[in-house]
Design a protein around this ligand. Structure first.
Ligand code: GUN
Length: 279
């Protein structure tokens, strides 16, 4: 029987801390959210970000651009927002239409307003232990572990997935917390043998219910970053929860685990952005 790590509850704690800071320090914060086109999943994510801003007391500036927007037009908009002192954070919802180069867009956002933590300067700062914005999902995983009193220092941590947004920054953050880190990916040989070594197993590989109990050491902490809809339209993660839960000591559910933490950490980054810009 594993302890269930309640991401909804922990995300509310983080958001309420942000909200109190905004209230007591009378912070006037604006997050600009750019969406290009009308991908339905993106519309849901952007809507949730706006709702979270309203809850915290952060103004959200919604910039909805048509699918046909050129790269040049989008970059021009980002330059304008970089220069606008009333805007503290800039988020461009991904994925972008195919004719726009995402890397170029990410690199155009001012690192001082990069609340997603995707700019190469933010990523570089994280890798050399300098201050900077951290990608929200891996930052959220650290908060889940810490606020559940799960020790990280000295533990064997295995991460499955090496994306720029989750796997790689997750590895850097776990290193910063003094874990011993292994990052696995689609070319890893003997995956099961490696994941079975993990005291803390973090899964972000994007395959529904891929991780079964054969991949998990008895008593491991299992963090599931995946989110999918199964054949019955029900949400599930990369981990087969029912199979793994009996062998884990603690586990995140899907939904209600890592998911809610991403937006909470985005709100935290917006509050931090205001602080950095006032320095
Ligand atoms: N698309 C899916 N997740 C994210 C995210 O965290 N940030 C942005 N900008 N786009 C996303």
């Amino acid at each position: 029987m594993a302890a269930i790590i309640d991401g909804k509850q922990i995300s509310t704690l983080v958001k309420d801390e942000c909200r109190r800071r905004v209230e007591t320090e009378k912070l006037d914060i604006t997050l600009a959210v750019i969406q290009v086109g009308d991908d339905p999943a993106s519309t849901v994510y952007v809507g949730n970000k706006k709702k979270a801003c309203a809850y915290i007391g952060i103004k959200s500036l919604a910039i909805e651009l048509p699918e046909e927007t050129t790269e040049e037009e989008l970059l021009k908009k980002i330059h304008e927002l970089n220069e606008d002192n009333s805007v503290n954070g800039i988020l461009v919802q991904l994925p972008l239409p195919k004719h726009i180069n995402e890397d170029k867009v990410i690199q155009t956002i001012s690192p001082k307003k990069d609340v997603d933590g995707f700019h190469p300067q933010s990523v570089g700062a994280l890798s050399i232990g300098q201050p900077g914005f951290v990608s929200c999902t891996p930052a959220g995983v650290i908060q889940l572990l810490k606020r559940s009193n799960i020790e990280i220092e000295g533990k064997e941590c295995v991460i499955v997935g090496r994306s720029n947004i989750v796997g790689k920054p997750m590895g850097m953050l776990m290193l910063r917390e003094n874990a011993t880190v292994t990052i696995c990916h689609s070319h890893t040989a003997n995956l099961k043998e490696i994941t079975k070594r993990a005291d803390i197993l973090i899964v972000a590989l994007g395959k529904p219910k891929f991780i079964t109990k054969e991949y998990v050491k008895e008593g491991a902490v299992v963090i599931d970053v995946g989110i999918h809809r199964n054949e019955n339209n029900k949400l599930c993660g990369d981990v087969d929860f029912d199979d793994v839960e009996p062998v884990a000591s603690a586990i995140t559910p899907v939904p209600g685990g890592v998911g809610p933490m991403t937006i909470a950490m985005l709100m935290n980054n917006c509050v931090e952005a205001k602080g950095i810009q006032e320095e």
